[in-house]
Structure formats: C-alpha cells, structure tokens
Write a protein that binds this ligand. Structure first.
Ligand code: ADP
Ligand code: ZN
Length: 289
C-alpha cells in the first residue's frame, strides 16, 4: 500500500511516496511561494500516484482542532500569502482521499517514534534548532495538541550574563528561539553558524541555552527521550556540552534510571533528515484508521 507525504516548510514543500514500513520510494521538492502557485504543483505530483491517503506535517501556527471551522488551516503565520489558507481542504478536495495533518515537529517526532530512535516510547520530545526553534511532544502515546499546539521555541529563558548579543525574537525579550536559533547565532557572532565550528565560546553559550530549555521540558513533560534535530544540531560537539549543562541544572532533582545515561536520553535525530517526511507517511497511515 502506498501513501503520500508532504513536509510543508516555509521555503520548500517536500512531497514523497512511501509505504507502511516508512520506506520512501521517491520524493521531490517544490518551492513554497504562494498557495496559487505552489499547491497546483503538489496536486499534479500526487494526482496519478496510487496512494491511499496523504499526510501533511506543516509549518505553523496551524489549526489542529477537528471541531473548529478552520481545522486544517495554516493560521497566523508570518508568511502572509499562506495566512488563513485551508491546506487540508485544498488537498482533500483535489485528491479525494483521507488527509492526516499535524505540525512539522510533531511529524518528525512521529517518524522517530515509529521508525527511529524513540521506537516504542510513549513520551518524547523532538526539538528542531534551525532557522527557528520548534518542538513536537508525545505524551501518553498521543501527539500533544492541547489548546493549539506546543510552541517550545518560545519558552522564556534568562539571557546569559556572558551573552553580548541580543534576543532576535520580534515577540519576546528573552526566549529560546530568539537566543539560540541559527539567525541569533549569526547575529551575535557575525558569521554563519557552520563557519563557527571551532569557536568554543559559541557552542558553550548555545549549550547553556539548549541545556536549560531541556531541563524545563524534562520537568514539565517528563519525556522518556529528547531528540534534537535541525541545521544547528549538525554541530555534533554540542551534544556532550548540552548533556553537561542539563546535568548541572537538573542538580540531581530527578533521579530516574533513564537519566543515569544522558547519552541515550538526549540524542540526535536518527533518520538522516527523513524523520519529517517519514512522520508524514505515518500521519497518512493513521488517517485511514
Ligand atoms: P530550517 O530551519 O529553515 O528548516 P535548517 O534546519 O537547515 O532549516 O536550519 C537552518 C539554520 O541552521 C540556519 O540558521 C543555518 O545557519 C543553520 N545551520 C545549517 N547547517 C548548519 C551546520 N552544519 N552547522 C551549524 N548551523 C547550521
Ligand atoms: Zn519568542
């Protein structure tokens, strides 16, 4: 059985065909321009494929409340052409098959839970650190939506006294995304993050922010594992630094067996940057049930 998958991002829409084992047979990338220009290309791609359902893991904010009139819409996004766009309705009307829908980060988490490093777990957090910071959460075996969906990148954390830079979030004076996403690193240090690989102070500060945030997520959500993905986390030297900050700031308060081995608790994404599109396949599979 084949399923369609869309990983809808602010710069590109990755469209793929996969199966019930998460195997991806083919994929293409379509630039995210406007709905009028982009959606017909997506529909054209899927039109003649023999797919049973389609899953969309989407940038947001989005409306995930099935009882809402605007369920399946991209809502208050800063990408103005996509504001209040009914992406689920558009795909459903054109293809006439079930459509699964969730946030991009819940999609990545679902990929890891189904086929990756968090296989079989019921409680986990997936955090992406790239152009922005976003997080997907599963609790008690269900992807967390709540009132809207979590926005883990915008938790308020204190700016470090060592930080000569500034929080670049247009909404908050001192939030995780504004202090630790790629654009904030670039503004603070004056170079692309990947060109700063050998600057220890860059990654010490970055680890302090991420490690602090992970303690907060551990305290509030009690995940069995925390997975870190996104462009910035390609700097693998961050992992031991983050674990060290996590241990220090946790200060022994939680003493579970799981936290004894932080190398297995705070881990990189495991599906070679396919976690999002594979998660979208699982959203499609689940849309049939
Ligand atoms: P997006 O968040 O736009 O989907 P990415 O996850 O690739 O895309 O994140 C892009 C951000 O990550 C940019 O700010 C970029 O500078 C940073 N980045 C990309 N690759 C690396 C790398 N190898 N090392 C450090 N930072 C990186
Ligand atoms: Zn913010």
């Amino acid at each position: 059985m084949l399923y369609g998958a869309i990983e809808a991002g602010g710069t590109k829409m990755v469209c793929a065909i996969g199966d019930e084992n998460g195997k991806i047979y083919e994929q293409i990338s379509i630039p995210t321009v406007t709905p009028d220009e982009t959606m017909p290309k997506i529909i054209e791609y899927f039109k003649d494929k023999d797919i049973k359902a389609i899953g969309i893991a989407c940038f947001g904010p989005i409306d995930l409340d099935k009882n809402s009139e605007t369920y399946g819409f991209i809502t208050s996004t800063p990408k103005t052409a996509w504001k209040n766009f009914d992406i689920v309705g558009c795909v459903k009307n054109a293809l006439g098959i079930p459509v699964g829908f969730d946030t991009d980060v819940n999609g990545s988490l679902l990929g890891e839970i189904t086929w990756g490093c968090a296989k079989g777990l019921t409680d986990a957090v997936y955090l992406t650190i790239g152009t922005g910071i976003g997080g997907g959460v599963m609790t008690n075996g269900k992807l967390l939506h709540g009132m809207l969906h979590p926005e883990l990148g915008h938790i308020i954390i204190a700016k470090s006294q060592k930080d000569k830079g500034e929080c670049v979030c247009p909404y908050h004076d001192s939030c995780l995304e504004g202090l630790a996403a790629g654009p904030s690193i670039e503004k603070r240090w004056g170079s692309k993050a990947k060109d700063l690989a050998d600057r220890q102070e860059v990654w010490d500060l970055e680890a302090e922010y991420i490690g602090t945030a992970l303690v907060n997520f551990c305290m509030t959500l009690s995940p069995q594992k925390i997975i870190l993905g996104g462009g910035v986390m390609h700097q693998m030297q961050l992992f031991p630094l983050i674990r060290k900050v996590f241990k220090e700031k946790m200060a022994g308060y939680i003493n579970t067996k799981t936290l004894e081995n932080l190398d297995e608790y705070i881990v990189p994404a495991s599906l070679h940057d396919d976690q999002g599109i594979m998660g979208a396949v699982k959203l499609a599979i689940d849309a049939c049930n």
